[in-house]
Ligand binder design. Structure first.
Ligand code: NAP
Length: 237
């Protein structure tokens, strides 16, 4: 799973460890990944680390192929790595648009393409792509991020159609406001204002996204595919 070093990715990795999966942790930061690996193994699970910048498609595909061949199978892929480069459209640079598309969307395409072969061979697979409510309803200042996250939905629905007959499902989780480093960067006043209008009256926790991922990655979710599971405390209801 990508973006496993902190935040939502770390919570999903730890949940998968508890679920009994052998978890392969990807991000750019070896030391953080090692601490997630240690937490998983201390809790009785199995995990290993691969350092990889998902913006480098060739490297990412190489890691996925290596993992599938080393472990002999690949059952689950979670594309969670993500960045923001916010700005109103009039001021958004080509570079900020391209960076967000490369890390948030192109990486998922590359990883899904690399994972499809071993999953189809094993006649089993669970692909979980981490989108955002921003990809569902848009957000001022996030044209790049909204385009990437909405793109993930199109990618995922297409994968569901192409791979469904091979026992492979593909779904999106669209989180709302979740407490992580990504939202720590936002002004407190903005977060307070957003929370006031939420039915849940609070931000979400990474573990609440991990619970949804755990379900979609389970054998029991075999008949759920091509869906966007919104986990947002009622933000979009
Ligand atoms: P975060 O705390 O900022 O963590 C981002 C993760 O992505 C880190 O593990 C980071 O690892 C990894 N990453 C970033 N760029 C990477 C790259 N080029 N190559 C490899 N790994 C990279 O963010 P988060 O809030 O947990 O977000 C996780 C996902 O949920 C993202 O896709 C985000 O868009 C989505 N999401 C978050 C929220 C929210 O409210 N937090 C809401 C909706 C959707 P390294 O820095 O170690 O590489």
């Amino acid at each position: 799973m990508t973006g496993a070093s902190r935040g939502i990715g770390r919570a999903i990795a730890e949940q998968f460890g508890r679920d009994g999966h052998r978890v392969v942790l990807l991000s750019r930061t070896a030391s953080s990944l090692e601490s997630v690996r240690d937490a998983i193994t201390e809790a009785g699970g199995g995990a290993e680390v691969r350092v990889c910048d998902v913006g480098d498609g060739e490297a990412l595909a190489g890691v996925i192929e290596e993992v599938a061949s080393t472990l002999g199978r690949l059952d689950i892929l979670v594309n969670n790595a993500g960045i923001t480069r916010d700005g109103l459209i009039m001021r958004m640079s080509d570079e900020d648009f391209d960076d967000v598309i490369r890390v948030n969307l192109r990486s998922a395409f590359v990883a899904c393409r690399a994972a499809a072969r071993p999953m189809m061979r094993g006649k089993y697979g669970r692909i979980v792509n981490i989108g955002s409510v921003t990809g569902v309803v848009g957000n001022s200042g996030q044209a790049n991020y909204a385009a990437a996250k909405a793109g993930l939905t199109g990618l995922t629905k297409t994968l569901a159609k192409e791979l469904g007959s091979k026992g492979v499902t593909a779904n999106v989780i669209a989180p709302g406001f979740i407490e992580t480093d990504m939202t720590d960067a936002l002004p407190q006043s903005m977060k307070d204002e957003a929370v006031k209008s939420l039915p849940a009256r609070r931000m979400g926790r990474p573990e609440e996204i991990a619970a949804a991922a755990s379900f979609l990655a389970s054998e029991g979710a075999a008949y759920v595919t091509g869906q966007v599971l919104v986990v947002d405390g009622g933000l979009t209801c």
